[in-house]
Design a protein around this ligand. Structure first.
Ligand code: URA
Length: 211
């Protein structure tokens, strides 16, 4: 594989906002606002390699060949439920994107992800497909979601998260070496409950105000 598998988006604004999001005293509203802001910056990086073509336009001065995105609209796939927090911000930047959802829960006996919902855009084989989930922890749900998207034909995939654990990155690298992972930070490890350390807690609870 030529493409870099892991990209850490270390833009100063991303790092500053992430530090605030990690703080336990940040309110639900504050967390949500920061997540929306940070997702715009992350989206900018993850779409850096979108293909361009040219189109003829007329400015008030003259005709020109101007760059424009090539091919079909990209697909954003949110892994429910926490993925929706990243999705909302990215859609502000790329309002024409097609959107899909994959819902997975963890079977309490086998601890393996079980799908309960899947609805994805058509023609995934012709779209850049960006899978979003703020926390890449064990990697089990990300791997299962990407398995599913490949069954639906997706070929040009990226995985975008806010925080990653080394365990999750390795799991993704083993299962899907062709899918580059973009994250704002690579944390130390997982704890015994599968939480990222130092992390930011449960991303879904923090963005939706649940416990
Ligand atoms: N999911 C979360 O929301 N937080 C973690 O730390 C790990 C998985």
């Amino acid at each position: 594989m030529n493409k870099q598998h892991l990209t850490i988006i270390n833009h100063p604004l991303v790092q500053h906002k992430l530090t605030i999001m990690r703080k336990k005293e940040v309110s639900t509203a504050g967390f949500r606002r920061l997540l929306r802001e940070i997702s715009l910056l992350l989206a900018y990086e993850v779409t850096r390699e979108l293909e361009l073509t040219t189109t003829t336009i007329e400015t008030p001065i003259c005709e020109m060949q101007a760059p424009t995105l090539e091919g079909k609209k990209l697909a954003l796939i949110s892994i429910l439920r926490a993925g929706n927090g990243l999705l909302d911000g990215i859609l502000e930047l790329i309002p024409g994107a097609r959107v899909g959802f994959v819902g997975l829960y963890r079977d309490p006996e086998t601890l393996q992800p079980v799908e309960y919902y899947c609805k994805v855009p058509n023609a995934l084989d012709a779209r850049m497909t960006i899978v979003v989930d703020p926390m890449l922890a064990t990697g089990n749900s990300s791997v299962a979601a990407i398995d599913k998207l490949k069954e639906h034909g997706a070929k040009n995939l990226r995985f975008l998260c806010l925080l990653a654990a080394p365990e999750g990155v390795e799991r993704m690298r083993q299962a899907h070496p062709d899918v580059p992972v973009f994250t704002a930070a690579l944390d130390e490890r997982l704890d015994d409950h599968g939480y990222i350390v130092p992390g930011l807690g449960d991303a879904g609870d923090r963005m939706f105000g649940t416990k």
